[in-house]
Design a protein around this ligand. Structure first.
Ligand code: PGA
Length: 254
C-alpha cells in the first residue's frame, strides 16, 4: 500500500484527482463512490474538467452500490447523488454511468447482472471511502472477503441515519445492492480516501491491522495497487506515519 498523508480534506481531494487524471484522459473505466469523503476529489475533478485539463468523454463509470426499491430517477438514489455531485458537471454521458438496478423486481438477479456488467467492463481505477467500522461499499464487518455483488441488509443504524432523507420511516430502504469485496478487489487500481478523526481507527485497522472480515477494508492489503490518501486526523492512529512520509519523500526524490 502507498500511504499519502495530506494536510486537510481539500489536499486529499487534490492528490486523488491528480492520480486519477491520467486514467481519465486515457478513457478509463472508473469506479465511483458516494458519501461525503470523495466530494473534495469530485470538486477538483470538476474544476480540472472545466479548465479542459481532463476529459471524461471516453470514460465509463460504475457505482459501488444502490438502494433496493429506489429507481435511478429517485432523488435519493445513489445514481442521482453521483449525478448531483459529479457526473452532471463533467463531460460524461449519463448512459455511460452504471449502477445496480435498485428497482428491479428481483434484487438477487439485479445483483448478479451488475456483477457481470462490472466484471465484464473491468474497473481501471476505483475510488473508495471507508466507514467508521471499516466498511467499504455496503460490505459491513463479517462480509466475505472474496464476495461478489450481493443484496445486503442495512445495519439498523444506517437505516436510522438515512431516515432524515425520506418523507416517512417506511420509505427508508432496508437493503442495498453492493459490489462485494471480491468485486472491488478486481479493480486494477484502488484509491482509499479518508478524512477526519472519526475514521482514524478504521484506517489504522485497514492499513496496519490483520486482514480480517471484522475490518472489511483490510482486504485491500492483499491488493497490489492501492493508494491510501488521508488527512492528518485520519492518520492520527497509524503507528508508522513517519515511515510513510519518508517513503513518499524518497519516491519523490527518485
Ligand atoms: P462518508 O461515508 O464518505 O460519508 O464518510 C463513507 C462510507 O461510509 O463508506
Amino acid at each position: 500500500m502507498r500511504i499519502l498523508i495530506r494536510k486537510n480534506n481539500e489536499a486529499v481531494g487534490q492528490s486523488a484527482a491528480q492520480l486519477m487524471s491520467p486514467f481519465i484522459n486515457r478513457g478509463a473505466t472508473l469506479g465511483l463512490a458516494t458519501g461525503s469523503t470523495p466530494l473534495s476529489t469530485y470538486a477538483e475533478l470538476i474544476r480540472l474538467n472545466q479548465d479542459a485539463e481532463i476529459s471524461f468523454q471516453q470514460c465509463q463509470a460504475f457505482l459501488l452500490d444502490e438502494y433496493v426499491g429506489i429507481s435511478r430517477t429517485d432523488p435519493n438514489s445513489y445514481y442521482q447523488t453521483i449525478r448531483d455531485t459529479l457526473t452532471s458537471h463533467i463531460d460524461i454521458a449519463d448512459d455511460r454511468v452504471f449502477s445496480p438496478a435498485g428497482d428491479h423486481g428481483d434484487s438477487f438477479a439485479a445483483a448478479q447482472a451488475y456483477e457481470n456488467q462490472v466484471s465484464g467492463a473491468g474497473v481501471d481505477i476505483q475510488i473508495l471511502g471507508i466507514g467508521a467500522n471499516g466498511h467499504i461499499g455496503f460490505n459491513e464487518p463479517s462480509s466475505s472477503l472474496s464476495g461478489l455483488t450481493k443484496v445486503q441488509a442495512l445495519h439498523p443504524k444506517t437505516v436510522a441515519d438515512n431516515a432524515r432523507f425520506f418523507a416517512s420511516e417506511n420509505e427508508v430502504p432496508t437493503h442495498a445492492i453492493t459490489q462485494g469485496l471480491g468485486t472491488i478487489s478486481r479493480a486494477k487500481n484502488i484509491l482509499l480516501l479518508a478524512v477526519g478523526e472519526s475514521k482514524a481507527q478504521a484506517i489504522a485497522q485497514a492499513v496496519e491491522g490483520p486482514v480480517s472480515a471484522s475490518c472489511p477494508a483490510s482486504i485491500l492489503q492483499m491488493h497490489p495497487a492501492v493508494t491510501v490518501i488521508i488527512d492528518e486526523a485520519a492518520a492520527s492512529r497509524l503507528d508508522n506515519v513517519e515511515y510513510y512520509r519518508h517513503v513518499e519523500q524518497a519516491n519523490l526524490n527518485e
